[in-house]
Design a protein around this ligand. Structure first.
Ligand SMILES: *[C@@H]1O[C@H](CO)[C@@H](O)[C@H](O)[C@H]1NC(C)=O
Length: 134
């Protein structure tokens, strides 16, 4: 854990406790965000997410093929830089107004060579290609 991560982690924990103490069971439901590496060929995925509104920086993560990176949303949006081999992109991975209804508590992104798929449960279970690489 680097210095930046530890500086960010403490306010996140404090905020999480505050929210869960104040809210009702329904509105206090946490939303989880998962980024799953499905690139194949043992390719690593580098992930760096920030919440623009409150300036949380989740730090750099290297997610191996078949691995997942996940966190609970403590802000209304997250912007992530994703990189692998020679591809790179900056994507709005979570935005509460866009995603709260369709994610239903869990925004699950599957990262593949052709692009970023979001898992959607309705009307039928499927992964929908939302973004492609430049
Ligand atoms: C992925 O990352 C691991 C750990 O840093 C490294 O050992 C491995 O060589 C990387 N794989 C590729 C395909 O670059």
């Amino acid at each position: 854990m680097n210095l930046l991560t530890s500086c960010v982690a403490i306010p996140l924990v404090v905020l999480g406790i505050t929210i869960s103490n104040m809210s009702t069971p329904v509105s206090g439901k946490k939303l989880e965000i998962t980024i799953a590496n499905d690139l194949g060929n043992f390719l690593n995925l580098t992930v760096h997410c920030v919440s623009p509104a409150k300036e949380y920086d989740l730090g750099f993560q290297v997610v191996p093929y078949g691995g997942r990176y996940q966190w609970f949303a403590h802000d209304s949006s997250y912007l992530c830089d994703l990189a692998w081999h020679k591809k790179y992109g900056r994507f709005l991975i979570y935005e509460s107004r866009r995603d709260n209804r369709r994610c239903k508590g869990w925004c699950f992104w599957r990262i593949a060579q052709e692009g970023l798929y979001l898992h959607l449960a309705k009307p039928a279970d499927r992964d929908e290609l939302e973004f492609t690489w430049d």
